[in-house]
Design a protein around this ligand. Structure first.
Ligand code: PLP
Length: 373
């Protein structure tokens, strides 16, 4: 099977799994236990914390709390900070932010949604227009999971703070961390990441926060994670995350350069006009979204699976809706939305797989066109 759905999840890195395995065996202790075994596990968990943070931020200026997933990190950011006035985000966000923003209405906070450009990046001017003196929270994702568009979050955060210095700025970095170069500056208060997008396990995430930033707890209980996220830490998942991240960050720029070549190669090999391109050329090297205009993406997806290619149709979280709300917000017409297919890569993707994937996609679309006339 050729796996090109790495934006949905990645295959766990077996080397990282072997290195983390001792947290399932001799190092299984509870990191809150005060005896030597527990203290050692707590020390390793803190080492993972510092390393995962240090890849993208200065540990003197930022902290990291472990969570159960990117969705939890996003929810903690929203509900901890959007407590009054209005909160601003954009129509390109993942459901973890979009649904949390819908819930804000029930909590007396006005959600404001800025439009996106046709490539899925936020319309900066429109976003800033929505920010006023009553804005308590702004969230803009770093890399769009459906198109790969990259938002310049450092500039956006600076512009937001220039308009309202009290507004909290959060970014969902789930598709950016371990894939594109990231450096958090002090205008960015909060940044969400998830382990399973970079070769570690589902069910492990983290929320990075500016030091001294007054975050509220999300889960109450034993006071773990500096009282911000109670619950015994997933020490195996955290170690797995650390070791998988070590590999990703060691080859991040070489992988990015190679994969943007593969992304363009796939696009070149796809027959035009069978396919239209929805992803921008300057987006993440890891994502190419195209449309087999007029055909049904999910029918093609199943056909391609049978032929040996796993590919997305947009965000897996949207799979029960007829069209992706994000691609819809980009302004594409119904026929283009119907045919959306997302190819997403990993450092393990090979040139042969790209060539074969293009052949399979071209053949599947040609066949379906023949059947449907
Ligand atoms: N944010 C973005 C941009 C994502 O792509 C995803 C996962 O698809 C999430 C958040 C949710 O992450 P998790 O699956 O760890 O909850």
């Amino acid at each position: 099977m050729i796996y090109l759905d790495n934006a949905a999840t990645t295959c766990p890195n077996a080397r990282a799994g072997l290195r983390a395995a001792s947290f399932l065996t001799e190092n299984f202790y509870n990191p809150s236990a005060r005896y030597h075994g527990g203290v050692c596990v707590a020390r390793e968990t803190d080492a993972a914390r510092n390393e995962l943070l240090g890849f993208v931020a200065d540990p003197e200026k930022f902290d990291l709390i472990f969570t159960s997933c990117g969705t939890e990190s996003d929810n903690q950011a929203v509900f901890s900070c959007a407590k009054r006035g209005n909160a601003v985000t954009d129509a390109g966000e993942h459901a973890a932010i979009r649904s949390a923003f819908s819930e804000l209405k029930n909590r007396g906070v006005e959600p404001r949604i800025a439009p996106v450009n046709s490539d899925g990046s936020v319309n900066t001017e429109a976003l800033l227009h929505l920010v006023d003196e009553k804005t308590s929270f702004v969230s803009v994702m770093h890399v769009n999971n459906e198109t790969g568009a990259v938002n310049d979050i450092r500039t956006l955060a600076r512009l937001v703070k220039a308009k309202n210095p009290r507004a909290v700025f959060h970014s969902d970095g789930v598709q950016a961390y371990g894939r594109i170069p990231v450096r958090l500056t002090e205008e960015i208060d909060l940044y969400s990441v998830s382990a399973h997008k970079i070769g570690a396990l589902k069910g492990t995430g983290a929320l990075m926060k500016r030091k001294k930033f007054p975050l509220s707890p999300f889960l109450y209980g034993g006071g773990q994670e500096g009282n911000l996220r109670s619950g015994t830490e997933n020490t195996y998942g955290i170690a797995y995350f650390r070791y998988a991240a070590e590999e990703k960050f060691a080859s991040l720029s070489a992988d990015g350069a190679r994969l943007s070549g593969y992304r363009e190669m796939l696009w070149e090999l796809l027959e035009k006009p069978l396919f239209a391109r929805l992803s921008p050329e300057n987006g993440s090297p890891y994502i190419l979204t195209v449309s087999a205009v007029g055909l049904r993406g999910e029918v093609l997806q199943r056909k391609l699976w049978d032929a040996g290619l796993a590919i997305g149709t947009g965000s897996a979280c949207n799979s029960k809706k007829p069209h992706s709300p994000v691609l819809e917000a980009c302004g594409w017409d119904g026929k283009t939305l119907d045919g959306a297919l997302r190819a997403s890569f990993s450092p393990e993707t090979t040139e042969e797989e790209i060539v074969r994937a293009a052949e399979l996609m071209n053949a599947a679309v040609r066949e379906m066109k023949e059947v449907t006339g």
